[in-house]
Design a protein around this ligand. Structure first.
Ligand code: SAH
Length: 253
């Protein structure tokens, strides 16, 4: 099947079922952000479409100005295949390689808002995918670590992010293991759905830190926030229904 056809078909398939909100719907990482010399400046590159997307998310209930500013600055079309470029600024999940998806922008914004990220905080993302969510975290001036279990996606995301001037710490590996050598993290964000809260990741949170994770099976998940209130005590809260691709064990090419 031709690539365009394949992507359009998967778009139709996933439009209704992946990384979707059911309810609604560091600077360290980005070099030369202000000089503009090496970075593709979004102002020459679809800023108005990205800004309109952010404005739409504000109308749908996203209030965190830093999250909206980040989304308004990122050229989302750079994270997807050219053949589906026309859908890049719609509030829809879209297919990427390996049967995975770039989440719906509302879902990205909703999860990021729940993180309440402060500049300089150390955040671990599980599921780099296209790299779009990692770009949002970089725009918010966090110290970003992200793990992807597909090597091809990991390499492609690295290339995309670096071309745009974002330099998060990207790892190819199984997110269930986390990154013990870089722990503890202020925040952990999981962008695929585990059936149960991954125990090893809970242990990699700072006391006072929290994890945002869609928990549940293939039919749907509850967006869950797990706060580490002391060494052994965690507090859980739920924030609506979503559908994500499953979080799977192990790695693949
Ligand atoms: N954050 C991504 C969305 C990706 S979809 C973006 O902005 O584009 C979820 C991703 O999680 C997929 O790429 C999938 O391969 C990855 N994933 C699933 N299980 C994983 C695991 N155990 N470790 C790391 N990545 C995983």
């Amino acid at each position: 099947m031709k690539t365009r056809m394949k992507h359009v078909l998967s778009f139709i398939l996933i439009a209704f079922c992946c990384a979707v909100s059911v309810t609604c719907a560091n600077n360290k990482n980005r070099q030369n952000k202000n000089t503009g010399s090496l970075v593709v400046s979004p102002s020459q590159d679809n800023t108005s479409e990205a800004k309109k997307l952010a404005e739409g998310l504000r109308r749908k209930g996203i209030t965190d100005k830093r999250v909206l500013a980040a989304i308004g600055n990122i050229p989302r079309h750079k994270f997807i295949d050219e053949s589906i470029r026309e859908y890049a600024y719609l509030d829809r999940p879209l297919p990427i390689d390996k049967g995975q998806t770039i989440s719906q922008p509302y879902t990205v914004a909703f999860q990021t808002e729940l993180l309440q990220l402060k500049p300089g905080e150390k955040v671990l993302e599980i599921g780099t995918g296209s790299g779009y969510q990692a770009a949002v975290l970089c725009e918010m001036e966090a110290e970003v670590y992200s793990i992807e279990r597909f090597q091809d996606l990991h390499l492609k995301a690295k290339e995309t992010l670096n071309k745009l001037g974002y330099h998060p710490n990207l790892f190819f590996g199984d997110g269930y293991e986390g990154l013990p050598e870089h722990a503890p993290f202020d925040k952990i964000l999981i962008t695929a759905a585990p059936e149960k809260i991954p125990e090893k990741l809970k242990q990699q949170l700072k006391v006072g830190g929290w994890m945002v994770v869609p928990v549940g099976g293939r039919m749907g998940q509850k967006m869950t926030v797990i706060k580490r209130v002391s060494k052994d005590k965690f507090h859980e809260s739920e924030h609506g229904d979503f559908i994500f691709v499953p979080m799977q064990e192990g790695t693949e090419k």
